[in-house]
Design a protein around this ligand. Structure first.
Ligand code: 13P
Length: 281
């Protein structure tokens, strides 16, 4: 079991028609909560951290911890750099032992995006690592600092990026957005279906917080294999800590640490069941 490539997990999910959760983590307790849920449910899982979050969870310290947690796990775990923004960070993650990297050049022109993905693919190949990219911008932003409008990817861009780079997994914009949704998302399932029928690689859904269970299941049915979840796990973690602190007169550090693990665990175990990856390790 233990540390595997994301490609291996997603290829199995493609064959088995289920989704694999890519859970954003920020500290050891959240990592432990994710792994606990995956082990209990015998599910593959992806641990990821986004480049914009590295000021809080430095790659050189936190990255090796993520890799160690994956190696210790009783289920297959991929370790992924989410929304890599430059080659330096991608290379550092690969050196640390991440088995998957995303290069997010979705804000650039298609040509520029293709060129960056090619560079990252050549680099990741040396490490046997998986490469994800994004075409058409997903709404919101990974750390809530920008309010990018919800968008839909262009099917021609999806095809062209795939043909030019032969990358391993592709995030597409189908009306999804990072962070909680301001209004109920209207996902474009026709576009998702068309994309899944047009390219053979697993598709990725960003912005998993706030999407209904029914929509998750529909996305998986139509070809989504990796589902990114960040905000809802962080909220569930903070809520659990809050509940603990308000339930006692004088909070104790280690009990608080345990509540953090439990908070992350609660969200992740619920979602693993919705994604149908339980029992698939
Ligand atoms: P949410 O914060 O909406 O769950 O999005 C997570 C994500 O897509 C990380 O890349």
């Amino acid at each position: 079991m233990a540390l595997v490539t994301m490609k291996e997990l997603l290829t199995k999910a493609q064959r088995g028609n289920y989704g694999v959760g890519a859970f954003s983590v920020a500290n050891m307790e959240i990592v432990m909560g994710v792994i606990k849920a995956a082990e209990e449910l015998n599910s593959p899982v992806i641990l990821q951290v986004a480049q914009v979050r590295l000021p809080y969870s430095p790659l050189a310290i936190f990255g090796p911890m993520m890799v160690a947690a994956a190696k210790e796990a009783k289920v297959p775990v991929a370790v992924h750099l989410d929304h890599g923004l430059d080659i330096d960070h991608v290379e550092k993650a690969l050196e640390i032992g991440f088995t998957s990297v995303m290069i997010d050049a979705s804000h650039d022109s298609l040509d520029e995006n293709i060129s960056k993905v090619k560079t990252v693919k050549a680099l990741a190949d040396k490490y046997g690592a998986t490469v994800e990219a994004e075409v058409g911008q997903v709404g919101g932003s990974e750390d809530g600092s920008e309010d990018i409008a919800m968008m839909y990817s262009d099917i021609n861009d999806i095809l062209n990026l795939y043909e030019a780079t032969k990358l391993d997994a592709l995030a597409i914009a189908i009306g999804n957005a990072h962070g909680f949704y301001k209004e109920t998302p209207k996902l474009n399932f026709d576009l998702l279906k068309e994309a899944a029928e047009s390219i053979p690689i697993p598709l990725v859904l960003h912005g998993g917080s706030g999407i209904s269970d029914d929509d998750f299941r529909k996305c998986i049915q139509y070809g989504i294999r990796k589902i990114n979840v960040a905000t809802s796990t962080f909220v569930s973690t903070v809520d659990a800590v809050n509940d603990y602190i308000s339930s006692v007169g004088r909070p104790e550090y280690f009990a608080m640490s345990r509540s953090m693990v439990d908070g992350a665990y609660a969200n992740v175990s619920r979602l693993i069941k919705v994604f149908g990856s339980d029992g698939k390790a």
